[in-house]
Design a protein around this ligand. Structure first.
Ligand SMILES: *Cc1c(COP(=O)(O)O)cnc(C)c1O
Length: 424
C-alpha cells in the first residue's frame, strides 16, 4: 500500500518530494521518467538548489560585512553549466590548474573574478593566468614565487595572496585535511615570513593578503579561530581568505552547520581579530553543490552471501568518495520508500572489478530487486569531478531539473568517446 508521505529528509535537493505513490520527484520531475529518458547511471541536478545556496552565501556575507567575495571552488563540480550558473549568480571562482582555468574562462567568468590555486603550478599554468589577466594568484611556495616573478614582464604587476599552512588540523578525514603542520599545501610560518619580505620588496608583485584552507567536510567550526590566530602573527593585510570547507550532511542522522552559521563565525572572527574593514574571501565547494545532485542507478543483480550485495550499473566510476574517504551515503529504492516498507541492511555495490567498489556498506533498503531504480542523494560534490572510465565505463550525463523540466547539460559518454584520443 503506497503512502502519501510527501516530505523527505534534509539531505535531498531542495524541492524534492515523494508523490502520492511514494515516487521520488526531483525539481518537479518523476525519477522513473528521468531514468527512462536519460538512462542510468545519471547525475540529476536540481538547478534551484544550486542557485538557492549561492544566494544564501552571498546574502549571508552581505548582511555582515561590506567587502567580500564568494568564490566557487570549481574543482568540486567542474561542469560548464554549473560554472555558468554560478557566474550568473555573481560568484567568483577558484581554479586549481590550467585545465580548470580554461573551463572557468570558457564558462564566461570575468577573468578578474578567477583565482588560481595549486601546490605545483607549472610555468605554463602561471603564464596562462598572466595572459588571461586573472584576479589573484595564490602563491603556495618559494619556488613558485621566483617562477612567477620571472614570468612577469618589466613594468607588469600581479596581485597575489600567500597560501599559509596555519598548523591547524580540523576534525575531518585525514585525506581531506590540508592545514596541519605536515601538509603539502602552502607556506609554513617561517617560509611565509621570508615570502612576505620578498613580495613586499618586489616591484612586480602586489601582495594583497593571506589565504588558508584547513580542510574539507568540516562540521565543527571551532578550528577556524586557531587558524586565523596563527596567521595573525604574519602581519596586517588588506585581504583574508579563510578557504572553504563547510561540511554537509550526507545522511539524515547528521546535521551540518547552516551556511549562515558558518559565514557568521568566519566574519565574526575576522571582525573580532582584525577589525571590520578587511576584505573577506570565502571558497565554498562542497556546501554549494553537494546537495543539488542525486545519482540514479538501476539494480543489475542481487546476491545473498554473508551479506546481501545489491549491484548497480555504476559505482567507483561515478563516485570515488566511498573508496577514497570511506564516505557514507544513504539511498532509496524509488517507489518503495523505507518509511513504508520493511528494510534489511545490504551492501550497495558498483559494477567494477574491485572488491572495494562498494557505494554504501550496510545501507537499509526494502527488498531491492533487479530492475529497481536506486537514488543516492548528496552526490554533487567531487562525484562528476572525479568520474573516470574504469572498466571502459562511459561517464554519466548531467541532467538539470527545474520546475518540471529536465535537460541534458553534459551528455553521456559514448563508446566512441573511449577511443577518440587514439592516434594508432
Ligand atoms: C578544495 C578547496 C576548497 C573547497 O573545499 P570544500 O570543502 O569543497 O568547500 C576551497 N579552497 C581550496 C584552496 C581548496 O583546495
Amino acid at each position: 500500500m503506497a503512502t502519501t508521505q510527501t516530505s523527505l529528509s534534509h539531505v535531498w535537493p531542495l524541492g524534492s518530494t515523494l508523490d502520492a505513490h511514494g515516487v521520488l520527484q526531483l525539481g518537479g520531475c518523476d525519477a522513473r521518467a528521468l531514468a527512462r529518458e536519460f538512462g542510468t547511471p545519471a547525475y540529476i541536478v536540481a538547478e534551484d538548489d544550486l542557485r538557492t545556496r549561492a544566494r544564501r552565501f552571498v546574502e549571508a556575507f552581505k548582511a555582515r560585512t561590506p567587502d567580500f567575495e564568494v568564490h566557487f571552488a570549481s574543482k568540486s563540480f567542474p561542469a560548464t553549466a554549473v560554472l555558468r550558473l554560478f557566474a550568473e549568480e555573481g560568484l567568483a571562482v577558484d581554479v586549481a590548474s590550467g585545465g580548470e582555468l580554461h573551463l572557468a574562462l570558457n564558462a564566461g567568468f570575468d577573468p578578474r573574478k578567477i583565482h588560481l590555486h595549486g601546490n605545483a603550478k607549472s610555468a605554463h599554468e602561471l603564464q596562462q593566468a598572466l595572459d588571461a589577466r586573472i584576479g589573484d594568484i595564490v602563491v603556495d611556495n618559494l619556488v613558485e614565487l621566483d617562477r612567477l616573478t620571472a614570468l612577469i614582464p618589466a613594468g607588469g604587476r600581479q596581485r597575489i595572496l600567500l597560501r599559509i599552512a596555519p598548523g591547524v588540523s580540523p576534525d575531518t578525514h585525514p585525506k581531506i585535511s590540508t592545514g596541519g603542520p605536515n601538509t603539502k599545501f602552502g607556506f609554513n610560518l617561517d617560509d611565509a615570513r621570508q615570502a612576505i619580505a620578498i613580495a613586499q620588496k618586489s616591484d612586480k608583485l602586489d601582495l594583497d593578503g593571506l589565504h588558508f584552507h584547513i580542510g574539507s567536510q568540516i562540521l565543527d567550526l571551532a578550528p577556524f579561530r586557531a587558524a586565523l590566530e596563527s596567521v595573525l602573527t604574519l602581519g596586517d593585510f588588506r585581504t583574508y581568505n579563510m578557504g572553504g570547507g563547510l561540511g554537509v550532511a550526507y545522511t539524515r542522522d547528521v546535521t551540518a552547520p547552516d551556511i549562515e552559521d558558518y559565514v557568521d563565525r568566519k566574519v565574526g572572527l575576522l571582525h573580532e581579530l582584525l577589525g571590520p574593514n578587511k576584505r573577506i574571501a570565502d571558497e565554498p565547494g562542497r556546501a554549494l553543490v553537494a546537495h543539488s545532485t542525486v545519482t540514479l542507478y538501476e539494480v543489475q543483480s542481487v546476491k545473498h552471501n554473508v551479506v546481501t550485495y545489491v549491484a548497480t550499473d555504476g559505482g567507483m566510476s561515478d563516485n570515488l568518495r566511498p573508496m577514497l574517504y570511506d564516505a557514507k551515503y544513504e539511498a532509496m529504492v524509488v517507489g518503495r520508500p523505507n518509511e513504508s516498507h520493511a528494510t534489511q541492511p545490504v551492501h550497495l555495490a558498483g559494477k567494477h572489478c574491485e572488491s572495494s567498489d562498494i557505494l554504501i556498506h550496510d545501507v537499509e533498503l526494502p527488498d531491492p530487486r533487479p530492475g529497481d531504480l536506486i537514488a543516492v542523494p548528496v552526490t554533487g560534490a567531487y562525484g562528476y569531478a572525479m568520474a573516470n572510465n574504469y572498466n571502459g565505463q562511459p561517464r554519466p550525463p548531467i541532467v538539470f531539473v527545474s520546475n518540471g523540466n529536465a535537460r541534458t547539460v553534459v551528455r553521456r559518454e559514448t563508446y566512441e568517446d573511449l577511443t577518440r584520443r587514439d592516434v594508432e
